[in-house]
Design a protein around this ligand. Structure first.
Ligand code: KG4
Ligand code: ZN
Length: 362
């Protein structure tokens, strides 16, 4: 079966086709993957402007879907299902994809599968590498989310940790903004950090010792002892504030910092973020006897995170899986893959689902 995936949760209009292989250990193959990025539109404003994003999705969606079908060497009649991101994300943006997917499915008599965006990021790993050795601990780290999942069986995701405040990608984007680097800040910090000294500034690492008062009741329930569950939650807002304080202390008269100092801030900030992410991921993997570790989502494109994850994997004797760059940041191939997973486990959805700005996966 060929599945068309559609993803419009934020500022990328994406469509892709994923085909089944019939091979149980490597179930899916990528037939096409088209992404129309709106980064240049939002850069002018220093971040995503929701209303501009939804309008641009409307302009781009038809052409992007046509290109995905054409690149795969297929026609609409070859499709077996349509999978679409239901949420979480910007509701106006999500609505464009959901309305398009439902209309196409209705017009063509195809099943439509609503997909959770984070299930998409998790399944990008299987799309790229085949089925992971389970149980797997998967870190999903993006602009909107930083969460740890335990994947016990194919398609069964249990959240075991999450950020209490900012997502890691959000911290990257905010720190970049205050350093005068363009949007999106993650790739910029990644690039500039290579020129800096990662020990130049001693930014603090946040360790959480208090229970999460806002925790959903069932988060990681029973999987980890309470003190460990607390320790593997993330927090990045304190780090962001300390970078802000440092920058305002050292910049004389509000002038921008010299390039070398910007590079040192980027490298030092990145060292703290990457070790916070990996410390928790590998601690969870050790506690839960995981047989593999996965890292997915936009921040998994980060070069230092990829290198350090490899090293830690070797130290722990665990295979580490990261998607290729084209499947790290938002794309629709991961949505088609997660759609296939869901179709086989639960069947297709009915047409009455709606776009959901907030939606949990566990
Ligand atoms: O998964 P994604 O494309 O969208 C969301 O679901 O949020 O992730 C986007 C995030 C942005 O915060 C962006 O700055 C970050 O991923 N990002 C990176 C890198 N490439 C993208 N962060 C650090 N290093 C990178 N190379
Ligand atoms: Zn994402």
């Amino acid at each position: 079966m060929h599945v068309l995936g559609i993803e419009t949760s934020c500022d990328e209009t994406a469509a892709a086709i994923v085909s089944e292989t019939g091979d149980d250990s490597r179930p899916w193959t990528l037939a096409s993957n088209v992404v129309a990025s709106q980064a240049t539109i939002h850069r002018e404003w220093g971040g995503v402007v929701p209303e501009l994003a939804s309008r641009q999705h409307v302009r781009d969606i038809c052409g992007v879907v046509e290109a995905a079908v054409r690149d795969a060497g297929l026609v609409l009649d070859d499709l077996g299902a349509v999978a679409v991101t239901q949420g979480p994300g910007l509701v106006g943006s999500l609505l464009v994809g959901v309305a398009f997917a439902k209309s196409l499915a209705l017009a063509r008599g195809l099943p439509v599968i609503p997909v959770h965006h984070l299930a998409g990021h998790i399944e990008s790993l299987t799309l790229a590498h085949g089925e992971l050795p389970l149980p797997a601990v998967v870190l999903v780290v993006s602009g909107g989310h930083t969460s740890l999942y335990l994947v016990t069986e194919r398609g069964a995701y249990r959240r075991i940790g999450r950020t209490r405040d900012d997502a890691a990608g959000e911290a990257y984007d905010k720190v970049a903004k205050l350093l005068g680097l363009p949007y999106p800040g993650g790739p910029e910090i990644d690039r500039v950090a290579r020129l800096g000294d990662d020990r130049a500034i001693d930014f603090p690492t946040t360790r959480l010792t208090h229970p999460d008062r806002n925790a959903p009741v069932d988060t990681g329930a029973g999987l980890l002892p309470p003190d460990v569950a607390r320790r593997i939650d993330f927090s990045f807002s304190g780090l962001k504030t300390s970078v802000m304080r440092y920058v305002s202390q050292v910049s004389t008269g509000g002038a921008s910092l010299p390039e070398a100092q910007v590079a040192d801030v980027c490298a030092s900030f990145q060292r703290v973020v990457v070790s916070a992410l990996l410390d928790r991921t590998f601690e969870a993997a050790r506690r839960l006897d995981a047989r593999s570790v996965g890292i997915a989502g936009g921040v998994s494109a980060n070069s230092r995170l990829r290198e350090d994850a490899e090293t830690r994997g070797r130290q722990h004797g665990l295979p580490v899986f990261v998607p290729p760059l084209s499947l790290s940041t938002d794309n629709a191939a991961m949505i088609a893959a997660a759609g296939l997973r869901r179709l086989h486990l639960k069947g297709a959805g009915s047409l009455d689902f709606n776009a959901e700005a907030s939606l949990t996966l566990d």
